[in-house]
Every structure is written in structure tokens, then in C-alpha cells.
Design a protein. Structure first.
Length: 585
């Protein structure tokens, strides 16, 4: 159970009030007893004076019994007449026989005082009646002292009065204490309300709610504290808004980055991984506090992290190869986070340079292939030219054959250069397409008509299986014609007998065009690389047939430029089917 502050304040007030009331009670209690005694003493003194006057004026002074009984009856006190010799002459509570048995009172303190000072008093336990009594004695007699009149009153009455007053005082103090306690309780609630509101506000702030404010109802220290608390909440709200905005910007930057980011603390525990790095290494588990090795399972990355944290200077850069869904080449740049010359962690940036390295390899291969492809005809031309210059020019038969070879190599060289320039233009993304609605069947028939002599020379049948009502295509007519020429020429080159068929069919928003032959076919292992530059299944046969090795690569890039797809199906010894798609008009 929670101890609220107003309960504590009430308890403190209650203790203070209780201590004060108890002090006042004991002080008044002692005062009441004394006051009651003084009051009784004063009354008894007056009664003694009256009794003295009464006995002095009494006509029958000898009838002492009647006098004391009369005084005792009227005043309600015990009256005793004592002679100057100390013997009791009369007592309102004793008869004659009892008087003779009473001892001499000459040594009583009040009697001694009365004999000396005419009046005396004493408080003591009466040996006669066995009660605590207050005695008041006075000499009586007008011209000379005749005796001593003594009045006595039991103090039990004073105790009764005192007890009654104490009870009344106790009840009054109890009621006053309860009222004071209730007032203290409500006052403590009023005092503690701002503190309680501050506590609730602090909880709200801790839970992220900065809208709560304390109602300021006083201009004292509590009010000042409430103002300060409200100001603090406003400042925290503003700071949190800035922090959240900064965090959102940082998250946006990290999310938009193509590079992977990892931040580690000075112990190597991972603090942050962006989405790019998560996807790259398929990190799904909670990463906080774990090391790079635990998350990524790559010792090289852990070694780079450890090296940066230990050296605490500059940055580390390393290129590594990792196997995820496929082989990736990563360039890792790591830099320490320094705070007052102390390494507080490190930031690692992962650059995926797989495509860059692949392009570099392609570039190197391309340069090597181009150099090789150019060198062959150039060397041939040079060789035959040198032969002619050395005298073969005068041998008509050989000279004519050599010149035909030189011419053929020049044509091959020119075609190779044209294909290289065309491919470079296509791959540079600067290929301008003149898109318009085209009739596929018309384009195919025009190409077949232009190749009719070559088709007849090889005794091949060529069939165009394109319906008249088929949809047109949205394409650059010349480029699509270039694609079809390359595919049909390939079919002619590698088909010795049988037929070549060209068909088309609609597939959704696209038109699929197929070039099918019954040629030698392509080994399955070579199909994935068939559209690479300078790739030949049979290099010797390809050169013999005049191929440059760039035709299918040009086909692929032209089709891709039209947002289409290209594919091939082939079985060795049975033939091949080259297909590509183009958007319908």
C-alpha cells in the first residue's frame, strides 16, 4: 500500500498537535487541582470568619453543641470548638461521650498557628474521621480570646470536582484534537495536491506524454515549483521534438542509403544496423549488445572492427568477398568514434562493389576480346598484303585469291567495328527509339524477302506463321528489324537442313515473336552465357561463318530498351527457339 504524502503530513501535524495538547492538558490538570484547592481554601476561610462572628454574637455561648450543629448544618462543614488549653469542647460530628475520648488538640498545626496569629490552616489526614481534611482555625472572643473555632472540609470533594473538570477537559481536548486532525488532513491534501500533480506529470513525461500541466493556485514556493515544473515539461517537450525530428532524419538518411551502416560501441557490441545491411546479411534477430561476428558470422568483418577499436586512429579500408544468397564483393570503410581522445566506438560503412568489379571484369574482357577480334583480320590483311608486295601480286591466280581474302577480312572488320559502335551506343542508354505502331508480319516478310537468295542457296524452307489479324507492336521498326535479322541470320548459319519458322502470338500487353530452327542446337551449359558479348559456343565455326560474337548481345539490349524480354530454348541436335517480347500498340 502506497503511503501518500498528505498522510505523512497529517501524521506529523497529528503528532505535533498531540504533543502540544498533552503538554497543555498536564499543565491545566496541575493548575486545576491547585485552583480547586485555593477555591475551597478561600471559601473555608470566609466560612471560618462568618462562623467566628456567629459564635461571638450568639446569646447562648454555653450551648456549644447547638452552636456547632447549627453552623455545620448551614455551611455543610465539620465544626469543632477547642479550648485555649487544647481540649475539644464541641464537635458537630461527635457526641458527648465521644468528646471525652478525643485527644488534646493543642499540638495541631492549625491550632498552634491560630494561637500565634489568630488564624491557622492545615491539610492532613484526620485521625478521627480517617479522611484527608482541610482545616481552618481562628480565635474567637470580642474582648478576650475564649477559644478556637475550627472548620474542616473533606478534600474528597475537591478531588471529585477536579476529576469532573479533568474529564470535561479530556473530552474537550479529544474533540479539539480530532477537529485539528481533520483540519490538518484537509490542509495537507491542499498542500500535497501540487506535489501529487507533479508526480503524475513526471510519470506522464516518463511515458512520453508532454501535454500535462500543473494548475498554479498559489504564489508561494509550491507555486514557483509548479511554474518551474511546467517550464521544464515544455523544454523537455521541445527537446524531445528536436530529438525525434533528428532521429527521423537520421533514420530517413540511413534507410535511403544504398550503403550498409553498422555502429559499434567501444566493446564491439552492435548499436545500430541500417536496413540495407540487414537485408544484405539477412539479420532478423535483435542485434543490440551482440558483436559483428555473432550477427554476420564473418571473421574478416570482426577483425576490421577490432583493429579500428584498438588502433584508435585514421580509418581502415578492406575489400572482402562474402557468400550470402550469392557471392558479393564488399568494400568496408571503418572509422573510430573519438571522445576526448578515448575511443567510444566505431562506424563501419559497407559498399557493395559487386557490380563495379563485374563491370571492370567485363571491361577487361571486352578490351581483350575486341583486341583479339580486331587482331585476327588485321593480321590476315597484313599477312596477305605483305605476300602480295613480295611478288605474289604478279601471280594473277594467287593475287586474286589473296585480294578476295583481304576483302572478306575487311568486310568482317567493318562489320565488327559497326557492331561494336552499335553496341556501345545501345549500352550507353543514349539509344533514341522512334516508337510507332508497326506491323510485325510486314517487317518479317520484308526481311525474309531480302534473304531469299541465301535461303534458297541452303535449300531451307522458311515459314512465316503470323496471323493477319494479330495486334501491332509499339516499337522502333528499324531496331526490331535489326533484332529479327540477327536471329534469322543465326538460324541460317547453324541450320544445315530442315526449316526455319517465324511465329507470333499475343500475351497480355505484349506480343511474343519466336524464331525456330531445326539446326545443330546449343549445349545446355552454354545457354546462360549466350547473350554475352563475344561469347561463342563454337568459336572456330562461328568465325568460319563470319560471326562477330556481338549479334545476340545487340539483340538483348534492343529488346530490353523496348521493355521486353528475350529467351532461348534449345536441344542439341534438334534445334533452337529464340523468343522475345515487345509491347503491343
Amino acid at each position: 500500500m502506497k503511503n501518500h504524502i498528505h498522510y505523512k503530513i497529517t501524521a506529523v501535524f497529528g503528532i505535533i498537535i498531540g504533543i502540544v495538547f498533552m503538554g497543555v492538558y498536564f499543565y491545566l490538570n496541575a493548575g486545576l487541582s491547585e485552583a480547586a484547592y485555593l477555591r475551597i481554601k478561600g471559601n473555608l476561610s470566609k466560612q471560618t470568619s462568618l462562623s467566628k462572628s456567629f459564635i461571638e454574637q450568639s446569646a447562648d455561648k454555653e450551648n456549644i453543641k447547638a452552636i456547632v450543629d447549627n453552623i455545620a448544618k448551614n455551611l455543610g462543614v465539620r465544626v469543632t470548638i477547642i479550648g485555649l488549653d487544647g481540649f475539644v469542647k464541641g464537635d458537630s460530628e461527635l457526641n458527648g461521650q465521644q468528646l471525652s475520648e478525643v485527644e488534646n488538640h493543642i499540638q495541631r498545626p492549625e491550632v498552634q498557628q491560630a494561637l500565634k496569629s489568630k488564624i491557622g490552616e492545615n491539610r492532613r489526614l484526620s485521625t478521627t474521621v480517617k479522611k484527608e481534611m482541610l482545616y481552618m482555625a481562628a480565635l474567637y472572643g470580642k474582648e478576650k480570646s475564649l477559644g478556637i473555632i475550627r472548620l474542616a472540609i473533606p478534600l474528597m470533594e475537591m478531588e471529585v470536582i477536579s476529576d469532573n473538570l479533568k474529564k470535561m477537559l479530556s473530552v474537550a481536548f479529544f474533540i479539539a484534537f480530532i477537529l485539528a486532525l481533520l483540519i490538518s488532513f484537509f490542509v495537507s491534501i491542499l498542500i500535497s495536491r501540487p506535489v501529487r500533480e507533479m508526480s503524475l506529470m513526471a510519470k506522464s513525461i516518463a511515458e512520453g506524454d508532454f501535454s500535462k500541466r500543473i494548475l498554479i493556485s498559489s504564489n508561494d514556493e509550491i507555486g514557483d515549483l509548479s511554474k518551474a515544473f511546467n517550464f521544464m515539461a515544455e523544454q523537455i517537450k521541445s527537446r524531445m521534438r528536436d530529438v525525434i525530428a533528428g532521429k527521423s532524419k537520421l533514420e530517413a538518411v540511413l534507410l535511403s542509403m544504398f550503403e550498409g551502416i553498422m555502429v559499434v560501441d567501444n566493446n564491439g557490441g552492435v548499436l545500430l544496423i541500417n536496413q540495407t545491411l540487414r537485408k544484405l546479411f539477412d539479420v532478423k534477430q535483435n542485434f543490440e549488445g551482440k558483436t559483428a561476428l555473432e550477427l554476420i558470422r564473418n571473421i574478416e568483418i570482426q577483425e576490421i572492427t577490432d583493429a579500428v577499436l584498438k588502433l584508435k586512429e585514421g580509418f581502415k579500408s578492406k575489400e572482402i568477398s562474402v557468400m550470402v544468397s550469392e557471392e558479393k564483393i564488399l568494400l568496408i570503410n571503418a572509422v573510430p568514434i573519438m571522445k576526448a581522445d578515448i575511443c567510444d566506438g566505431a562506424v563501419l560503412v559497407f559498399h557493395d562493389i559487386t557490380d563495379l568489379r563485374r563491370l571492370e571484369k567485363i571491361r577487361r574482357d571486352f578490351v581483350a576480346n575486341v583486341s583479339h577480334e580486331l587482331r585476327t583480320p588485321v593480321c590476315s590483311i597484313k599477312g596477305y598484303s605483305e605476300t602480295l608486295l613480295e611478288g605474289a601480286l604478279h601471280d594473277k591466280n594467287n593475287a586474286e585469291d589473296f585480294l578476295k581474302i583481304i576483302y572478306s577480312d575487311c568486310e568482317r572488320l567493318a562489320k565488327l567495328i559497326d557492331d561494336i559502335l552499335d553496341l556501345a551506343k545501345i549500352e550507353s542508354d543514349n539509344l533514341a527509339l522512334n516508337l510507332k505502331s508497326c506491323d510485325v508480319k510486314e517487317i518479317v516478310q520484308r526481311i525474309v524477302s531480302g534473304m531469299s537468295m541465301r535461303i534458297k542457296a541452303k535449300s531451307l524452307d522458311i515459314n512465316v506463321k503470323i496471323p493477319d489479324q494479330i495486334a501491332g507492336i509499339m516499337a522502333d521498326e528499324n531496331r526490331i528489324a535489326q533484332v529479327l535479322v540477327n536471329l534469322i541470320e543465326n538460324a541460317l548459319k547453324y541450320t544445315k537442313r530442315g526449316e526455319i519458322s517465324i511465329s507470333a502470338l499475343e500475351e497480355g500487353d505484349f506480343l511474343r515473336i519466336n524464331v525456330t530452327d531445326t539446326g545443330i542446337g546449343i549445349p545446355e551449359k552454354d545457354i546462360p552465357r549466350l547473350f554475352e558479348r563475344f561469347y561463342r559456343v563454337d568459336k572456330a565455326r562461328s568465325k568460319e561463318l563470319g560471326g562477330t560474337g556481338l549479334g545476340l548481345s545487340i539483340v538483348k539490349h534492343i529488346v530490353y530498351a523496348h521493355n521486353g524480354k528475350v529467351s532461348v530454348q534449345s536441344a542439341q541436335g534438334k534445334g533452337s527457339v529464340f523468343s522475345f517480347t515487345v509491347p503491343k500498340a
